[in-house]
Design a protein around this ligand. Structure first.
Ligand code: ARG
Length: 423
């Protein structure tokens, strides 16, 4: 065949066959995460990776469509974890972290991205990575080089000298080590936001209190003044970037909320003022109430510092009680787990803890899907099985509204219409 004839044949084939890639997916049941109900015999029509129609009953006959039959399974929107560190590993803690270069960490990130996707998380928000490794990972996934969840990334977090987030207090002064993106003062903070924006982040991560796993910081101590946090949020918002603030202590939570920060990470010691402000501002809490079990279980063997274990002992239980309290008060919640501190792929373990500490199964699933999408500014685009949403669809064997732990065993994963796992 001459080259011209080949081109002509190819064009003819294209015009008769559907140009669009159409998939019709059927299953026993579907969780409608927004209503919190189970829908029987769902029929999902997907065109070029986007959901076109959601119906029930018999599957339509569409010429050239591919059919995916998930008999025996319940489908849900792909889960979203709002607090992960794909470039961190659970067995690299404390002083062990000093031996890992940012480049090596990104290679772990390639592996962890796949593990996370296979666990049913089709989207993650990565809140902190060195050297913009998360930007590189996100782009490699989006360009189809490697499998992984859709990523929203912060780049290097912005924090105070000596604080949790950016600085690293492990080395004595003669090393003159200062962490990436340490910024003190409103203008330095604004410059850091501008730099992160320049290098392609989707959001800004900061810390408005000390942390558990950082050496020498106190979970109750505020980081940054209200003036600095207000400058940070103002600068970020002016670039269309949302802000996540790590905050355990009550004062730092209130400061972050007053500054207009969009999501509060951990929120362990949130008080009545924090709860009131979170509701007033419509801020989301992302409370990682599973990770405490890992830290206190095997953290010491993983190299977590004794002082950090001590801090975890005063934080974990209160955080769980405050999760119940804030939820009961009507504060908006998302699923955020801190995966990377504990093994990637175990993200869904937190759902059963969210139910144990006060949510219904439907509320926990909504926190991991539709609510998380809203907190990302992606409402309707992800986190739901509905027309116009990305075809991010997972399946489990059974009804997760009756047994939430089923979410720990996802047997089918589709992201943007492409199947990554099918058992
Ligand atoms: N990255 C967090 C920190 O170092 C982990 C906190 C884990 N503990 C908890 N109870 N959520 O502060």
């Amino acid at each position: 065949m001459t080259r011209l004839a080949f081109v002509a044949t190819a064009l003819a084939t294209c015009s008769t066959a559907a140009l669009a890639d159409t998939v019709v997916l059927t299953a026993d049941a579907m969780v409608d995460v927004e209503r919190g109900t189970l829908v029987d015999d769902p029929v999902i029509t997907i065109v070029d990776g986007v959901i076109e129609a959601v119906a029930t009953g018999e599957a339509p006959r569409i010429e050239d469509a591919r059919y995916i039959d998930l008999t025996g399974k319940t489908i849900l929107p792909g889960m979203i974890d709002m607090h992960v560190h794909l470039t961190s590993d659970h067995d690299v803690q404390g002083y062990g972290a000093l031996a890992i270069s940012d480049e090596r960490a990104v290679i772990s990130g390639v592996v962890n991205a796949q593990t996370t996707l296979m666990a049913g998380f089709t989207t993650v928000r990565n809140v902190g990575a060195g050297s913009f490794g998360d930007v590189a990972l996100r782009d490699a996934i989006n360009e189809g080089d490697i499998p992984g969840p859709r990523m929203f990334v912060s780049g290097p977090p912005i924090g105070i000298t000596g604080g949790h987030c950016s600085d690293n207090n492990l080395l004595p002064p003669e090393y003159e080590a200062s962490g990436e993106n340490v910024a003190d003062g409103p203008w330095a903070v604004r410059a850091s936001v501008r730099k992160n924006n320049k290098f392609g982040v989707d959001l800004i991560k900061t810390c408005s209190t000390g942390g558990v796993l950082s050496k020498g910081t106190k979970v109750g101590a505020p980081q940054y003044t209200l003036e600095e946090l207000t400058a940070l949020a103002d600068e970020a918002h002016s670039h269309g970037l949302k802000v996540a603030s790590h905050a355990h202590g009550a004062e730092g939570i209130v400061n972050a909320l007053k500054a207009g920060i969009d999501t509060i990470e951990h929120a362990s010691f949130i008080d009545d003022e924090g709860i009131r402000l979170a509701k007033e501002k419509g801020a989301y809490l992302s409370m990682d109430i599973y990770v405490t079990e890992f830290i206190l279980g095997v953290g010491a063997e993983m190299g977590i510092l004794p002082e950090s274990l001590e801090k975890e002992r005063i934080t974990g239980q209160t955080q769980r009680e405050n999760f119940r309290k804030a939820h009961r008060a009507g504060v908006k919640m998302v699923l955020g787990t801190d995966a990377g501190v504990y093994p990637h792929g175990d993200n869904a373990k937190q759902l059963s803890r969210m139910v144990r500490f006060g949510m219904t199964e439907a509320e926990a699933l909504r926190a991991a899907t539709a609510n998380a999408a809203d907190a990302l500014g992606q409402k309707g685009k992800i986190g739901v099985i509905a027309p116009q949403a990305s075809a991010d669809i997972i399946a489990v064997d059974g009804n997760p509204l009756a047994d939430i732990a089923l979410m720990e065993d996802v047997t089918f994963v589709m992201k943007q219409g492409e199947v990554y796992k099918s058992e």
